[in-house]
Ligand binder design. Structure first.
Ligand code: SF4
Length: 647
């Protein structure tokens, strides 16, 4: 009933988008997984990833496929367009960080704890420009889907991707998902699918799985690591709400059969003592196959009996897609999830929601206890009979004993003959809009650029282009641009979505101010801090500023995917040659960027800062453009350049 209820509504609301995807797929020979299929990364693990594959995907959690020994890398949509058009895909040769796993996983400790621990060590920036290669004797104690969990969340440390060596756990998973032939082939080439003996790593980290304790990271950033045993004390000290309002399991990171089984194993023990969860509790299966199989094997019912609600097979609350009613916006509260990200406003657009990420089994235990102060390894619960009991560490099968139940067939194969196939886009649609080409560079330096916003602190792609209710406009650039930078904090007044209009001197929302500048032919820049654009690969975070008149984004540093996305849309992602120059720029200044006529790889551009009192300062701005990317800038975007080359 829940499945039908939760799926029928989006089907009605999103029908025109699904029609567009189905008809575009049919026209251009692309398979289409219909709504209800599940989360893309789970679908890829079940159907497409295999040991040794090089796969690029338009989402930052594409590295999930590293759990099956693939080099799976998240890119912006424009990079994927290149690949589909047969243009080589480029990447600066990454470093390799080795993570040596010793000991073995047991008890309450799970694969999620490995990446939560690594995130605590490396931080959200530590994996930037690197592939993380897990190896060592501890690897064999982790299931294939557990390895996928670890690789998936490598996105949170900024890693280009993460990968595990081929082993018998991957073979087991391939065989169970109907790909025994691939497993046999991988066996044949095993020597190429494991680290070279004596290989050198740019950095080496060691994690002893036998000593690793369950972790919970947050709030507001996935690298703020705490052992579960200590988080309650830290929360008390920091004033984070101890009461857990909602526990949420699922997402591409943790929605496998094993994850659901371990959560159900915890739930079953509480039910045996007459308990239900104190917090609200939601479950999002990762795919139709997982949903159908956990229904058949009874896990879904156990989780419902505990008080859980099984939502549709989708990202759901992970990206703010749920109808949260228990709090008002601005109300301070705590949620615990098995997701990968917990940036401000990520799950429910409420900046006061303190979101923590942990394993599904710990989420379940905490949802039963209802407080961050509960440590299932040591603390007791009280059953309805008044007797105290301790939850045993969960034990569950990594894969179903019987075959997976595929559930409903949700895949549309492209037709053999697509001639005459029409792509469905209504010209009056509020959800879909065909892209117009961006204007070409006019051959001049960029004079007197206005500063739209000087961002203070963290600015993820969620801050630049918020998710949740905005996602319905993903196919309509003008409409979704109304969320431009609404989550970023303006250094001038410490507020979100409030910037000074340099012409009227009035403070107003960021998108409105950008539209004002666009209308009056005023070109603008954004000034950002470290790791600007971290988080998801969301291409709108680059399309929107371009659409509303930006010319450059100047920061102390960029997240890799976002930097490429900006270049692809004809923008200039530039970094301060001296990071301290960030302090020289005030939101009321104007900037002139010189050197574009001689735009060359490796050669910095000059920036003249013009202060309102008439004084000027000159600083240098670095860039990472290569020759091809400079052509994108000159043409106005990578797509424009592609068109030029075809003519
Ligand atoms: S929204 Fe969440 S579940 Fe969906 S792909 Fe992104 S991280 Fe995964």
């Amino acid at each position: 009933v829940y499945f039908l209820l939760f799926l029928k509504l989006p089907l009605d609301i999103n029908q025109e988008v699904y029609n567009f995807l189905a008809t575009a797929g049919a026209k251009y020979g692309v398979g289409f997984w219909k709504p209800g299929s599940g989360i893309i990364h789970q679908i890829i693990l079940e159907n497409y990833a295999y040991p040794g594959v090089l796969l690029i995907g338009t989402d930052s959690h594409t590295p999930n496929g590293g759990g099956l020994g693939g080099i799976c890398i998240g890119v912006g949509g424009a990079d994927a367009v290149d690949v589909m058009a047969g243009i080589p895909w480029e990447l600066k040769c990454p470093k390799v960080i080795g993570v040596k796993l010793t000991g073995s996983l047991s008890g309450w400790t799970s694969p999620k704890d490995v990446i939560l621990k690594v995130a605590g060590i490396l931080t959200v920036k530590g994996g930037t420009g690197a592939i993380v290669e897990y190896h060592g004797p501890g690897v064999d104690s982790i299931s294939c889907t557990g390895m996928a969990t670890i690789c998936n969340m490598g996105a949170e440390i900024g890693a280009t991707t993460s990968v595990f060596p081929y082993n018998h756990r991957m073979k087991k998973y391939l065989s169970k998902t109907g790909r025994a032939d691939i497993a046999n082939l991988a066996d044949e080439f095993k020597d190429h699918l494991v680290p070279d003996p004596g290989c050198h790593y740019d950095q080496l980290i060691e994690v002893n799985l036998s000593e690793l304790k369950p972790h919970i990271n947050g709030p507001f950033t996935p690298d703020l690591a705490h052992p579960v045993a200590e988080v309650g004390k830290v929360a008390e000290k920091e004033g984070w709400p101890l009461d857990i309002r909602v526990g949420l399991i699922g997402s591409c990171t943790n929605s496998s059969y094993e994850d659901m089984g371990r959560s159900a194993a915890v739930a079953k023990q509480a039910l045996a003592h007459g308990l239900k969860c104190k917090s609200q509790f939601t479950i999002t299966p990762g795919s139709e196959q997982i949903r159908a199989t956990i229904e058949r094997d009874g896990y879904a019912q156990i989780l419902r009996d505990l008080g859980g609600i099984v939502l549709a097979n989708a990202c759901g609350p992970c990206i703010g897609q749920w109808d949260r009613k228990d709090i008002k916006k601005g109300e301070k509260n705590t949620i615990v999830t098995s997701y990968n990200r917990n940036f401000t406003g990520r799950n429910d657009a409420n900046p006061e929601t303190h979101a923590f990420v942990t394993s599904p089994e710990i989420v379940t235990a905490l949802a039963i206890a209802g407080t961050l102060k509960f440590n299932p390894e040591t603390d007791y619960l009280t059953g309805t009979d008044g007797k105290k009991f301790k939850l045993e560490a969960p034990d569950a099968d990594e894969l179903p004993k019987a075959e997976f139940d595929p559930g409903q067939d949700t895949y549309q194969h492209p037709p053999k003959d697509s001639s005459g196939q029409h792509v469905d886009v209504s010209p009056t649609s509020q959800r879909l809009q065909l892209l117009e080409p961006f204007d070409k560079w006019d051959g001049k330096d960029l004079e007197d650029l206005q500063i739209l916003i000087k961002v203070k602190g963290k600015c993820t792609t969620d801050h630049i282009s918020a998710a949740g209710p905005w996602l319905k406009f993903r196919g309509h650039l003008d409409n979704i641009s109304n969320n431009l930078l609404i989550g970023a904090i303006n250094i001038e007044n410490g507020k979100a979505n409030s910037v000074r209009n340099a012409v009227t001197q009035e403070f107003g929302p960021v998108p409105d101010t950008a539209r004002y500048y666009k209308k009056h032919g005023i070109r603008w820049v954004v000034i950002g801090d470290e790791n600007y654009g971290e988080g998801s690969s969301r291409e709108h975070a680059a399309l929107e500023p371009r659409h509303l008149g930006a010319r450059a984004i100047i920061t102390k540093s960029f997240a890799r995917i976002h930097e490429t996305n900006l270049k692809k849309q004809g923008l200039l992602p530039l970094t301060f040659a001296d990071p301290a120059d960030y302090n020289k720029i005030h939101p009321v200044d104007k900037l002139t960027i010189q050197g574009l006529k001689d735009f060359t790889p490796g050669k910095p551009l000059k920036c003249i800062i013009k202060h309102p009192n008439g004084t000027q300062e000159t600083i240098l701005l670095n860039h990472t453009f290569n020759e091809t990317q400079i052509e994108w800038f000159r043409a106005g975007s990578a797509l424009n350049r592609m068109k030029e080359l075809q003519q």
